[in-house]
Design a protein around this ligand. Structure first.
Ligand SMILES: [Zn+2]
Length: 239
């Protein structure tokens, strides 16, 4: 962690919000209320008498430099933010004095609710008129790639969370397809050739489980370094 630095212009970051009927709330400190329409100013969540972000506190509006694990956690709405003002720069992300929500992607549970997308779009257009709304995180990230923070002397470690998740989904789909294919074969043919297919089945199932365990451990490692390397406290304005 370096000393608070002054960021010229804006610094892009990635994080999640809880999308509610009346706004975008931080995932932690939800009691502090939704982010403001245009620009949110950090307030120290533990009420210390200093201007966030303080070097020896955990306040400030946080975001990660890279999408990665910031956009993998379940439930929240993935978002792109632009920070300005005094900013504490970490290895993987920053804590800023002020920030605005540049873009947000509607989470699956909203898109899958009948009328959910239209309702969310209405609320966001009213409350966050400057925020671009997407139905796909992938498209949002393509339109809003990370800033190159190497110019600030920071080389964030690559985050593989999204790739691991894609592999997990592929493995799961392969298993489901294999299961249905097996069910489609007539029972007699299966029984007659059991000596041929069962070793392959055992190897397949063991391999599939091993791959899932490996993936889970990789994802947990990413999340752990994320938690250790960077505070997720959020000094949002009080409700
Ligand atoms: Zn503080």
């Amino acid at each position: 962690m370096t000393d608070p630095a002054l960021i010229p212009g804006e610094l892009r970051g990635y994080r999640q919000f809880a999308l509610r009927d009346d706004g975008l709330y931080p995932l932690v400190h939800t009691a502090s209320g939704p982010w403001d329409s245009h620009e949110t100013t950090a307030v120290c969540a533990i009420g210390e008498d200093h201007e966030p972000p303080a070097h020896d506190c955990r306040c400030g509006l946080y975001a990660f430099y890279l999408p990665g694990s910031a956009t993998v956690a379940l439930g929240g709405a993935n978002a792109v933010v632009q920070a300005r003002g005094r900013t504490v720069l970490g290895d993987r992300g920053y804590r800023a004095a002020r920030a605005r929500i540049e873009a947000v992607a509607l989470p699956a549970h909203v898109r899958l609710t009948p009328g959910g997308t239209a309702k969310a779009r209405r609320m966001l257009a009213e409350r966050y008129p400057g925020t671009q709304v997407y139905t796909s995180t992938r498209r949002m990230l393509a339109d809003h790639p990370p800033d190159d923070v190497r110019a600030l002397g920071i080389t964030p470690p690559p985050d593989q969370s999204r790739r691991y998740r894609a592999i997990a989904v592929t493995l799961w789909a392969a298993f489901v397809v294999a299961g249905y294919s097996l069910a489609a074969v007539p029972g007699d043919a299966l029984a007659d050739n059991a000596h041929r297919w069962w070793p392959a089945l055992v190897v397949g199932i063991v391999g599939w489980h091993a791959a899932l365990v490996w993936l889970a451990s990789r994802l947990m490692a990413e999340q752990a370094t994320r938690a250790a390397g960077f505070s997720s406290d959020d000094g949002s304005p009080p409700a």
